[in-house]
Design a protein around this ligand. Structure first.
Ligand SMILES: NC(=O)c1ccc[n+]([C@@H]2O[C@H](COP(=O)([O-])OP(=O)(O)OC[C@H]3O[C@@H](n4cnc5c(N)ncnc54)[C@H](OP(=O)(O)O)[C@@H]3O)[C@@H](O)[C@H]2O)c1
Length: 353
C-alpha cells in the first residue's frame, strides 16, 4: 500500500541536508514583500545552489527595504520589471491568492520558472491556464505546499504505507486560528480570495490526499461573514470502501491544528501545527505507543525550495511530489465546496469565461 504523495529524494531519512547543492546555481527573484515572503526568503537563500538576486514589490520603497533587510542586490518597484530581467531564472510568488493567477501568468509569459504560494489560484480554471502556459513554454511551475516535502510528512506516509497500522479508515485534520476582523486584511477580502478555505484547507487536505488520494465525494458546510467569505468550513470527503476524511478550517477559533489518521490496527497523529509538525505519535493497537521527533532545517521551507531547484536543474516542468494535476484537482475540490457553501469571488467570473 503506497502512499499517494510521492516523497522527494531529499525527504527520506539519511538524505543529504536540503541546503546541499544538487547542481548549477539558480538565480531567484522574490515577488511581494509581505509576511510569508519575509519568513521564507532566508530558507531559499540558505540553499547552496540558489542565489536570491532580486525582490519586487508594487512599491519601490518596500522593495528596497526588503532588499536591504535580506541582503538582496536588486529591488524593483514593479513585478513585471523584475520579470523582464534576463538574469533571473525563477521566481517565488508570495502575493495573496486573488493575485496569483495574473502574476504567475506574467512571470511564465516572461520565461520564468515559478514557485507560487498556496492556494495556486482561486479556481480550477485559472490553475489549468497556468499549467497550460508552463507546459507550452517548457517552464517549471509548482504550488508551494511545503508540507509535502518535509521528512516528517514523508515518514508519516511511510508508516501508513508499510501497513503497520493496517488499512486507513479515516483522517481527521484541522487548521485555524482566531482572526480579528479587518476589512483590509487579505483573509477577509473577497478580491484577495479571502476566507478559511483557500487560506488553510490545503494543509488538512494534504493529510487526506497523502493517505487516501482524491475522494469520490465532497460535502461541506460553512459560515460566511457579511462580506461573503467563509469564517469556518467543515468538509467531509468520501472514498470507496469504508473510508472518510473530516477536515475543519476556521478563522474563528484557536484550533488544535493537528492531524490524526485512524487505521484498522491503530492510529497515528501529529503535534501542532499539522502543516509542519515536529512529532509523530504512533499508536499500534497491539503494541506500545511510540513518538518520533524531527528537527526542522531553517523554517523547513528549505525542502520545497530544494525540490524546486532540483527540478529546474534537471529540466523537469513539474515536481513529482506536487504535480500539476494535484493542484488543479485541489482547486476543483475547492470550487465544488465554494459552490456548495456560496462563496463567490469578484474575479471568478472574469476568469472563467
Ligand atoms: N507557506 C506558508 O506557510 C504560508 C503562510 C502564510 C501565507 N501563505 C500564502 O502566501 C500568500 C501571501 O500571504 P501573506 O500572509 O504573506 O500576505 P501579506 O502579508 O498580505 O502579503 C502579501 C503581499 O502581496 C503583495 N500584494 C500584491 N497584490 C496585493 C493586493 N492586491 N493586496 C495586498 N497585497 C498584495 C504585497 O506586497 P507588495 O506590496 O510588496 O507588492 C503584500 O505585502 C498567500 O497566498 C498565502 O496563502 C503561505
Amino acid at each position: 500500500m503506497a502512499s499517494y504523495i510521492q516523497a522527494p529524494p531529499t525527504a527520506h531519512p539519511g538524505a543529504p541536508s536540503p541546503v546541499q547543492a544538487t547542481g548549477r546555481t539558480i538565480n531567484w527573484g522574490v515577488v511581494a514583500t509581505g509576511r510569508i515572503a519575509s519568513t521564507v526568503v532566508a530558507d531559499l537563500q540558505s540553499l547552496g545552489d540558489s542565489n536570491v538576486i532580486a525582490v519586487s514589490s508594487r512599491s519601490e520603497e518596500r522593495a528596497r527595504a526588503f532588499a536591504d533587510k535580506h541582503e538582496i542586490d536588486w529591488a524593483y518597484g514593479s513585478y513585471q520589471a523584475m520579470f523582464d530581467e534576463p538574469e533571473i531564472e525563477a521566481v517565488y510568488i508570495a502575493s495573496p491568492h486573488g493575485q496569483h493567477f495574473e502574476i504567475a501568468m506574467a512571470a511564465l509569459k516572461s520565461g520564468k520558472h515559478v514557485v507560487c504560494e498556496k492556494s495556486l489560484t482561486i479556481n480550477a480554471h485559472e490553475a489549468r491556464a497556468l499549467v497550460a502556459e508552463a507546459r507550452d513554454n517548457d517552464l517549471f511551475l509548482m504550488e508551494a505546499v511545503w508540507s509535502r516535502f518535509t521528512p516528517v510528512f514523508a515518514r508519516a506516509m511511510e508508516i501508513i504505507g508499510s501497513g503497520e497500522l493496517g488499512v486507513v479508515s479515516w483522517v481527521q485534520a484541522d487548521l485555524g486560528f482566531k482572526a480579528e476582523y479587518d476589512p483590509n486584511w487579505r483573509l477577509f477580502n473577497p478580491a484577495d480570495g479571502g476566507g478559511a478555505l483557500l487560506d488553510l484547507a490545503v494543509y488538512p487536505l494534504t493529510w487526506a490526499l497523502g493517505t487516501m488520494g482524491f475522494p469520490t465525494s465532497v460535502q461541506a458546510t460553512a459560515d460566511l461573514n457579511d462580506d461573503g467569505v467563509d469564517l469556518q468550513t467543515a468538509i467531509t470527503l468520501g472514498y470507496t470502501g469504508i473510508r472518510h476524511a473530516q477536515l475543519m478550517v476556521t478563522l474563528n477559533a484557536a484550533a488544535p491544528r493537528m492531524a490524526r489518521v485512524t487505521c484498522s490496527n491503530g492510529w497515528l497523529s501529529t503535534n501542532a501545527p499539522l502543516h509542519n509538525p515536529t512529532k509523530l505519535f504512533i499508536h499500534p493497537a497491539n503494541g506500545p505507543a511510540r513518538t518520533e521527533v524531527f528537527e526542522p532545517v531553517g523554517n523547513n521551507y528549505t525542502y520545497e525550495f530544494r525540490e524546486a531547484t532540483r527540478c529546474i536543474q534537471q529540466g523537469l516542468n513539474e515536481s513529482p511530489t506536487m504535480p500539476w494535476e494535484d493542484s488543479v484537482n485541489t482547486m476543483a475540490i475547492f470550487d465544488g465546496i465554494r459552490h456548495q457553501v456560496g462563496v463567490r469571488y469578484p474575479n471568478d467570473l472574469a476568469r472563467t469565461r
